[in-house]
Structure formats: structure tokens, C-alpha cells
Write a protein that binds this ligand. Structure first.
Ligand SMILES: C[S@@+](CC[C@H](N)C(=O)[O-])C[C@H]1O[C@@H](n2cnc3c(N)ncnc32)[C@H](O)[C@@H]1O
Length: 188
């Protein structure tokens, strides 16, 4: 199966790997605005099909991306999509939790992680793997833990975090992580 994301054809694996949605193109727009000609190290956390990582690499040759996902099926699909678009040398797909597989800090962290509580079933996602959409408790723990990891040295001083939350792209410079945390908590 195939879909189109940011005008790029991507292989999909319905039921196994989250199929990228048009709303996530905003996340790519915001990320591209922050990349302007100098080499940039980017992390795409919860990469799924690799959509965000590949869109960034295709549109910005100066970018190197480390894309992580806990799902083996997602890692395999993202690698195939990176090869399809000729960016496998700059999109390194790694299996693991959040930023853990990265050995060096990055300049920009981009993420579309699960943020819905398990009791808030949304029929629009009935065909998606539940672990791609829902998280235990109030659903915010993946983003809480990502914020902690950014504060604990995986984000360069001067870097930024960009996350998708309810179809919006939220951005925080490294000195604004606390404000982003407060905004998320206020929505919980
Ligand atoms: C909503 S999907 C987004 C996929 C892709 N970024 C997109 O926008 O199409 C969330 C993805 O995060 C992955 N994921 C969930 N928890 C994770 C974690 N702790 N670390 C890394 N990836 C995780 C899921 O396997 C899933 O592929």
C-alpha cells in the first residue's frame, strides 16, 4: 500500500505501522522553517513510516536525521522508505525508546508520539496499531519523558523541540521546555 506525504510517495503497512496524516505536514513546515543552510542534526522520535524524517531529508540536503521507533515493523518500513527516496545515508533509523538510541545530542527534536489516553478511543484511529496512538494514564507520559530527555542533555544548547499535539505543531526552544510542559499539563 502507498500514501502521499509532503508530496512524497511512501510505502505503508496498514494495521502494523501508523499511516501518516496531512495534519503532520505542519510539523514538517515548522521544522523546515528552522533549518536554513547550516548542517543540522535532527531526531524524529516515533518515526512510524519515516514520513517526517524523510520529508526533512529530501527538502534539506544539509540535514542528517536520527529516526527512532519502538516498533520493529515501523523501523523496517521507515528504512525501506528512506531507501526509496535515496536518503538512507542521511536518515538513520534506530529501534528504541525515545532518544535513547542516540549517542550524541541533536539540534532539533521533532516528534509525533502517542498522546491520547486509552479511555479516549477515537474511531479515526481504529485501523492503527493502538500503541501508535494511545498511552497509559492520561496519555501524556511519552511527551513528559521526551521533555525530560531533552533537558537531560540530548538536545543541544540552542536547540529546539517540535511536537504534534492534537493536530497542532508546538515548538519550544531549549530554554522554553518548562513552558511547553506547563501547556501540556494544562490540557491533561
Ligand atoms: C502517531 S504515530 C506517528 C508516526 C509518524 N511520526 C507520523 O507522524 O506519521 C506514533 C509512533 O510513535 C511510536 N512510539 C510510541 N512510543 C514510542 C517510544 N517510547 N519511543 C519511540 N517511538 C515510540 C509508535 O510505534 C508510532 O510509530
Amino acid at each position: 500500500m502507498k500514501t502521499s506525504f509532503y508530496d512524497l510517495p511512501l510505502l505503508t503497512a496498514p494495521g502494523q505501522v501508523f499511516t501518516p496524516r496531512p495534519a503532520t505536514e505542519r510539523l514538517v513546515d515548522r521544522a523546515l522553517e528552522r533549518i536554513d543552510g547550516v548542517p543540522v542534526r535532527v531526531a524524529d522520535i516515533g518515526t512510524g513510516s519515516g514520513a517526517v524524517a524523510i520529508a526533512l531529508a529530501v527538502n534539506r540536503p544539509e540535514v542528517e536525521v536520527w529516526a527512532t521507533d519502538t516498533s520493529a515493523a515501523a523501523v523496517e518500513l521507515a528504512r525501506r522508505n528512506a531507501e526509496l527516496h535515496g536518503v538512507a545515508d542521511r536518515v538513520h533509523v534506530l529501534q528504541g525508546d525515545l532518544l535513547e538510541p542516540l549517542t550524541e545530542p541533536v539540534d532539533l527534536v521533532v516528534a509525533n508520539l502517542p498522546y491520547l489516553a486509552e479511555q479516549d478511543r477515537d474511531p479515526r484511529y481504529d485501523d492503527e496499531p493502538p500503541e501508535a496512538v494511545y498511552a497509559p494514564g492520561d496519555g501524556l507520559d511519552p511527551y513528559r519523558r521526551l521533555l525530560n530527555a531533552c533537558r537531560d542533555g540530548k538536545l543541544e544548547t540552542g536547540g529546539a523541540l517540535l511536537i504534534q499535539f492534537h493536530r497542532e505543531a508546538l515548538v519550544a526552544n531549549c530554554w522554553e521546555l518548562e513552558e511547553l510542559r506547563e501547556r501540556l499539563e494544562a490540557s491533561a
